[in-house]
Design a protein around this ligand. Structure first.
Ligand code: ARG
Length: 564
């Protein structure tokens, strides 16, 4: 079913040794203009190798290429243009979709290898930021795509639940805190305490000392400190869990920074053994000048360990316990240096698997062109955003389809889907402008547009009372009008593969937009239900579109309501 591969294999057979088939496959292009066929093989590389003109080689080869799947072969300007047999190819494809349904376009190159994905990872006692939203959404899609490619994803929420800020928070809570208020509104209250601490500390220098001393107590296992910390953590997690539930995201592990407290001595010892630790400014660091990076800070003068130390321990723990083939960190690009250092230190320690660690960075979420900040009162609380989006989707339903069943459920699927899609339709490195109105539009490149296209296709199938059965052999369609949509369906598996290899879910986002647009165009041109002739084939095509749109949305972490 992979016609590129088929063409590459045929060419390889004709050329004999020389360029391997997979290299030939990479050379095959998809012509921009459909008049030039469905695939084009440029002969310029071969021309150099064989010292012949590209057109001569193209001509020679084209005469020998034979496959039932190729209807016509033309030679133009050094290219071999291949026209697929629309009927054979479409029917094979559509029967495959009917047969495999949600499993369609599943790939197996992951070979069951584990991929750990570090995602979301918000900081306890602080609001869930837009950066954490992006990490959650991108990381979750990456996990779903990896699974589709035959990997075993393992999602880790590396909670920011340790560090000097907890000493400050305990100090502030003991001075000004109110247990009831914290219980009612944990993140808001703890954030207020944290801010107050910093305000007061400007005029009262004893506060900083007190804060440090409470953190020291916490690190030494002081019971009161630990109880407070545990409580802050539990309350914060409860609040985060509501967001995860809204977004339908689950984790395999919540081992955050604190989890590595008893695992850092080993790292420090290993670094010492390997003579990688040096003193610098009263701190212990790993020198990375060979790698042209600033030194990686491992231990402060008072013995306190750091973010990087915990990440070193976490990387080792993940390798030893999950034996990953790839270890991904979905974290904003402002932490690029940190991950370069992390990977460099592990490399210096002699761990070859450090090469399999990848920082998957992403751009910022902007509001009116500026970074959305959780500080300075400009807090945009994510839960509010999601709830507002759901409410707007709900209004929309009241307006457009007041008789819909399960309105609340659909409003949630559309409202949350809109926020997720808005994030995933752009290459992750782009900054994105936050706009609920834009996200919820029914036209243009939005989640609701794709969901709506899916629902419309479902309604056609319902009207026709369609039962997905394999097409009869003597099906009369020529697949001329259907070809654009059918050939888009063929692109699903390659899009999944590329999205997986590049850790870029937007390739699937863009793909399902293309498919939705292609389908809507077809829908506008062809009266799907009206003519008797070839009805079965048209319905099978519509069914295939529903399967692929639904699966595409699922891979992004978005649900597809059948009515909306
Ligand atoms: N908690 C960190 C932050 O909010 C992100 C942690 C990312 N993961 C990691 N292993 N360092 O900035």
């Amino acid at each position: 079913m992979n016609y590129k591969k088929e063409l590459a294999d045929i060419l390889y057979g004709l050329l004999g040794q020389g360029i391997p088939a997979d290299q030939l496959e990479i050379l095959i292009e998809k012509p921009k203009n459909p008049d030039h066929g469905d695939m084009a093989f440029p002969c310029f590389t071969l021309a150099k190798l064989k010292r012949k003109s590209p057109n001569v080689i193209a001509q020679e080869l084209s005469e020998k290429i034979q496959s039932a799947a190729f209807e016509k072969i033309e030679v133009v300007g050094g290219y071999i243009n291949i026209f697929l047999n629309k009927k054979l190819v479409s029917e094979t494809l559509i029967n495959q979709v009917i047969d495999e349904k949600g499993q369609f376009a599943g790939l197996d190159f992951g070979k069951g290898g584990t991929v750990t994905i570090d995602l979301s990872s918000p900081n306890i006692a602080k609001p869930f930021s837009m950066g954490h939203l992006r990490s959650t959404v991108i990381g979750n899609a990456i996990a779903l795509i990896a699974e589709k490619c035959g990997y075993k994803p393992f999602k880790i929420n590396h909670l920011g639940d340790w560090g000097t800020q907890f000493g400050k928070l305990i100090t502030a809570y003991k001075l000004w805190g109110d247990a009831e208020k914290v219980k009612q509104n944990p993140i808001k209250e703890l954030l207020a305490l944290y801010i107050k601490f910093h305000e007061e500390a400007e005029s009262d220098s004893t506060l900083e000392v007190e804060g440090r001393s409470w953190f020291k107590k916490l690190e030494d296992g002081n019971e009161e400190a630990l109880l407070l910390w545990q409580w802050f953590r539990d309350e914060s997690l409860k609040e985060f869990s509501r967001i995860y539930e809204l977004m339908n995201v689950e984790f395999d592990s919540f081992a955050g920074e604190a989890f590595y407290n008893d695992k850092m001595d080993r790292i420090v010892n290993l670094l010492e053994e390997k003579q990688l630790l040096v003193e610098s400014d009263h701190a212990m660091v790993v020198d990375l000048s060979e790698e042209q990076l600033p030194p990686c800070l491992i231990k402060k003068s008072d013995g306190a360990t750091l973010y990087a130390t915990r990440d070193l321990a976490a990387a080792l723990y993940r390798k030893e316990n999950y034996d990953f083939v790839h270890s991904l960190y979905v974290v904003g690009h402002e932490q690029s240096l940190h991950f370069k250092q992390l990977i460099a230190v592990l490399g210096k320690m002699g761990y070859e698997w450090a090469e399999n660690m990848v920082h998957v960075p992403f751009g910022m979420m902007l509001k009116d062109g500026k970074k959305m900040s959780t500080r300075k009162g400009k807090v945009v609380l994510l839960e509010e955003v999601l709830n507002e989006s759901i409410a707007m989707a709900r209004n929309n339903i009241e307006e457009k389809n007041p008789n819909l069943k399960n309105k609340d459920q659909v409003a949630k699927q559309v409202g949350v889907g809109a926020v997720i899609f808005h994030d995933l339709k752009n290459n992750r490195m782009n900054d994105i402008e936050f706009s609920l109105e834009e996200m919820l539009r029914f036209e243009g490149e939005t989640g609701p547009y794709v969901q709506y296209t899916f629902a419309r296709a479902c309604s056609i199938l319902r009207k026709a009372n369609y039962q997905a059965v394999v097409l009869p052999e003597n099906e009369s369609t020529t697949w001329e009008k259907e070809w654009k949509v059918a050939s888009l369906l063929m692109e699903f598996a390659p899009a999944i593969k590329r999205a997986c290899e590049n850790h870029d879910p937007s390739l699937i986002g863009k793909y399902i937009i293309d498919l939705a647009q292609g389908f809507n165009k077809y829908y506008a041109e062809v009266k799907i239900l009206e003519e008797k002739e070839s009805l079965e084939a048209r319905l099978a095509l519509v069914f295939s579109v529903t399967v692929v749109l639904k699966e595409g949305l699922r891979l992004l972490g978005i649900e597809a309501p059948e009515e909306m």
